[in-house]
Design a protein around this ligand. Structure first.
Ligand SMILES: Cc1ncc(COP(=O)(O)OP(=O)(O)O)c(N)n1
Ligand SMILES: Cc1ncsc1CCOP(=O)(O)O
Ligand SMILES: [Mg+2]
Length: 219
């Protein structure tokens, strides 16, 4: 997958976007990812951070394993934060936030052929990310989350509606506290996709959970 995919294909790829690192699961992450893919996730982000996370070679080795799982199933592989690793691996994309490397610098580093996702919380940040060359926006936290200690204030699905009203047309994924039950209102607010950590990573069956999200997000 590359940025040369058209906008509709990118939106489709963002529809059920699973995010995880090894500390979000209590089983081998490649197994959880394989199960989530069998249930219907459409994109994966490797987000290896926090206490006890893998670093250096161990992180890179895990990234290679996960990338191979994604390649085997034609699922896009996005790396969180680590631009150097994304470039070294020739990942499908990189996701950065407001506290990471700037979006326009990152776009220059990765070139045009890699997907750039940018986290935004406000309309101003969204407009800046568009100007800086983002391919999609991660808007949140929409609801309360236990998966990010330094999360901004909860903004609710209304923030997505407000961004759409203000003319932001870039693909948007919602993030933060997303559950199957809350997915219909996220979709109605104008998001192209849902980004999920715990509701898939901690589910008794990641495959079943992923399939429930897929059913709601289809068409
Ligand atoms: C799809 C998506 N949206 C938002 C985020 C959050 O990114 P960021 O604000 O940089 O926080 P960290 O994930 O790095 O803790 C994301 N990772 N993915
Ligand atoms: C990475 C991130 N950015 C904003 S909220 C969040 C965590 C989302 O995790 P969960 O789906 O478990 O609430
Ligand atoms: Mg980040």
């Amino acid at each position: 997958m590359s940025k040369h995919i058209d906008n509709d294909t990118l939106k489709q790829a963002l529809s059920v976007y699973f995010i995880s690192g090894t500390t979000n699961v209590n089983r081998p992450l490649p197994n959880v990812l394989t199960e989530a893919i069998s249930g219907g996730i459409t994109l994966f982000q490797f987000r290896e951070k926090g206490s006890g996370c893998l670093t250096n070679k161990a992180k890179r080795d895990m990234a290679e394993k996960l990338f191979q799982v994604c390649k085997d199933h034609q699922i896009g592989f996005i790396i969180n934060d680590d631009v150097e690793l994304a470039i070294a691996m020739n990942a499908d994309g990189i996701h950065i936030g407001q506290k990471d490397a700037g979006a326009s610098i990152t776009r220059k580093m990765i070139g045009e052929n890699m997907i750039l996702g940018v986290s935004v919380h406000t309309i101003e940040e969204a407009k800046q990310a568009v100007a800086d060359g983002a391919d999609y926006l991660g808007v949140g936290p929409i609801f309360q989350t236990n998966s990010k200690q330094d999360a901004e204030e909860v903004c609710g699905p209304e923030r997505i509606m407000d961004m759409r009203k203000s003319g932001i047309n870039l693909p948007i994924v919602a993030i933060g506290g997303i559950t199957v039950e809350k997915t219909p209102e996220i979709k109605r607010a104008g998001a192209d996709g849902v980004s999920i950590i715990s509701a898939i990573a901690s589910a008794p069956s990641p495959s079943y959970a992923a399939n429930q999200f897929k059913e709601i997000m289809k068409d």
